[in-house]
Design a protein around this ligand. Structure first.
Ligand SMILES: [Zn+2]
Length: 112
């Protein structure tokens, strides 16, 4: 019955979409690094020349993730938000404990 309400999406739904690509990135199934060390966006395969530095890729991911354009589907946004989160997470080298913020803590604890 619902035909074109793709853009009508809530933040919590974005969060749901975000989880899968995020774990794919974390597990290395989706790769952002090329062999030459440059980075690419795994979610924009259509673009011919997509070579990014870390900052550029983060900007790209955040830009699309926070875009309010209706051309971006919720899934595309969520994927890019996941990418941004992944890049930010990678930046802060995890020491003995990754549990620095409340949100992270709860996520880790929730598993059991
Ligand atoms: Zn992209």
């Amino acid at each position: 019955m619902v035909s074109n309400s793709e853009s009508d999406i809530t933040d919590s739904e974005i969060d749901e979409y975000k989880e899968k690509p995020y774990s794919l990135l974390k597990d290395g199934i989706l790769k952002v690094k090329r062999s030459d060390g440059s980075l690419k966006c795994p979610f924009c395969p259509g673009k011919k020349k997509q070579v990014y530095g870390r900052k550029d890729l983060l900007q790209h991911a955040q830009g699309i993730g926070s875009s309010s354009s209706y051309k971006r589907t919720a899934k595309a946004k969520a994927k890019h938000l996941a990418l941004a989160a992944y890049l930010q997470q990678e930046q802060q080298v995890p020491r003995s404990s990754r549990c620095r913020s409340d949100g992270e803590c709860r996520k880790l604890v929730r598993g059991g």
